[in-house]
Design a protein around this ligand. Structure first.
Ligand SMILES: [Zn+2]
Ligand SMILES: [Zn+2]
Length: 215
């Protein structure tokens, strides 16, 4: 059975998400732990539950979402996987980080790229990759179809959407991503957002003030 653990890390309270199943293999999504205390929280949960991290994936590469990728990659010896279109954010991360008050080192380079339609796996679980630009180029959603759960990063939030005023952001593109890739899923699919509480596809279809069907 697929299980999930969320941590809210760093000043931006990014949801770092662990997905794991009965095999104990686990995927780390958006490793955003910034200081020793947060790194320890991540490591201790993994240790206590005897998990084995086998993949390190980012929904997108905004600086608040990548603060723990070097640590996780090095500590668990797993390579970073992102969408190719998000690579430029990694290249600019050090200077960009400084403008947000983060002191970060040069981020690790991705070992492979994920694209729309890819089906990847860990343990006994399959995950579908959906390409959903509009908040930031290279934004992907990670969808466990059978378990009805999707990790969306900053594409969609409970009652809100990701910012579109940052570089490569575009409201029309974001709206299209949400309508064509997310709102076509079943209403009871649980949505794990990059910040804040979970929601569901059905709730956002009905109630989202920016992209809902009644907006
Ligand atoms: Zn973002
Ligand atoms: Zn974010």
């Amino acid at each position: 059975m697929l299980q999930i653990k969320k941590f809210a890390f760093n000043a931006f309270q990014v949801n770092t998400v662990l997905l794991f199943d009965e095999t104990k293999e686990c995927v780390i999504i958006d490793a955003a732990c910034y200081d020793d205390y947060e790194r320890k929280q991540l490591v201790e949960f993994i240790k206590e539950n005897e998990l084995k991290p086998v993949r390190l994936i980012n929904t997108h590469c905004h600086v608040d979402h990548i603060l723990g990728i070097n640590f996780a990659s090095d500590y668990y010896k797993i390579g970073l996987e992102i969408h190719k279109a998000g690579e430029a954010f990694l290249d600019n991360a050090v200077s960009h980080g400084m403008s947000f008050g983060f002191n970060i080192e040069e981020p690790v380079k991705p070992v492979s790229f994920l694209k729309d339609g890819d089906v990847i796996s860990f343990g006994n679980t399959k995950l579908n990759i959906l390409y959903t630009p509009g908040h930031a180029d290279g934004s992907i959603c990670i969808y466990a179809e059978k378990e009805k759960l999707i990790v969306v990063g900053d594409v969609l939030f409970h009652g809100s959407i990701g910012r579109t005023d940052l570089p490569t952001g575009n409201f029309e593109v974001l709206k299209e991503s949400i309508h064509n890739k997310l709102f076509v899923l079943e209403d009871d699919v649980r949505v794990i957002a990059g910040h804040g509480p979970d929601t569901t596809i059905g709730f956002e279809k009905q109630n989202n003030p920016f992209v809902g069907l009644r907006a």
